[in-house]
Design a protein around this ligand. Sequence first.
Ligand code: UDP
Ligand code: MG
Length: 421
Amino acid sequence: MPTVSVILTSYNKPSTITKAIESVINQTFQDWELFIMDDNSNNETTQIIKRYLGDPRIQYFNSNIKDNERFKTARYATLINEAIPKTQGKYITYLTDDNIFLPERFEIMVNYLNQHPNIDIVYSEQHVKYFDDNFNLFDEGVRQAPGILNQPVCIVDHCSVMHTRRIADLVFHKYGSYWDDHPINWGAGDAAFWVRLTQFQPFYPIKKILDIALKYRDSYQNLSSNLPYVIPNGTLVRGFKPDIYLIDQQRRRKITENMLNPLKYSEEEVVRIPDPYLFRYEEGIPINHMVLIEPDKFPNQRLVKSPTNPIVYYIQNNKKHPIQSVEAFNNFKFRWDKIVEVNDEFLSKLPNGSMICPLANEIITLPDGILYQHQNDYYICYNNHLHFIQENTLNKLKLPKENAVEMNNDLFSQFKKGTPI
Ligand code: UDP
Ligand code: MG
């Protein structure tokens, strides 16, 4: 039976998975087994993994998870829970596909645990490297190992820990599972497990850097930070694959690339989000050339106009809302270069919605998706409700603050407030 069981979780990191796997193979302490738990990665990633499967110490499991199921649990916690019962080592340790173990990691940790039979959990220091979109290093630092920790949450990363099987079994006995894979733990699944572990014992430090975390822009944590759980309608998003989707009526509608220009979308507006967020949304009617032929398929929150009719309409809830005047158009900071040209027949097939009037004190309809500023706060409007939105969320959603429409106290007090974004 091997001494160390390593659980490596993998999802679409072809540029770093090689380093992760080889950092296990290159350990000075060789009595290990490696479980590669792959969360149904793309071909490029699995082809790389397959090169290593000749080694009898390495086992591969593919979750075959369907994309639309991906959001239902914190996936890596689920994968770890599936792996632990398959492992046989006395000690268990975790690796992600964007982390590298230093060669002496197992040797040092195993020696420590062997020499301290009453200690079940050790952790070490971690070298963290941050890379920009062009894969250039722009910052780095060290996660220290400050001492014996009763509260290791946010201090210790899961790639810096080794614990005994014994303590994992105590956790299982008490909680009915090892890791808590509730989806709320997506951003910090290790933290939830640390809370369970420390019910039994604190974490003991090894004051030495034993692993390197490689932080790329497309890591789950980076992509999900400041991203609201409910992504507002009208947001353009993209997951790992290059496909662009519009969140429209809380569905994801795939936009054919050659439709971006005619519909006055720009690629700069596209927000990169983690796949589990993307696939949480049910797929809606695709946005392809048909949306210009069949008005009921046209995307919401767009301006349309026919060359023969002077009125500009705003599409909202699949209806065309006439914008009453140039004043109204300017009040809401609509942009002339964002108007989609359609023909009269197309317009006639769209049901009529209420008029969008200037932003005066007698307002009936506010257009959806418009950003407002009241004092120092920002709000986005849907269904005539103002939803508070934090500035860093605005940045994440690529909603420029300069586009915010100012609202005075009188106006502001007239509108109902919706749930914050
Ligand atoms: N992961 C996964 N399924 C997914 C997304 C991620 O198993 O759908 C795994 C991924 O392979 C990695 C871990 O979850 O081992 C953490 O992901 P990532 O490195 O992107 O997040 P972060 O480092 O920002 O927490
Ligand atoms: Mg990571």
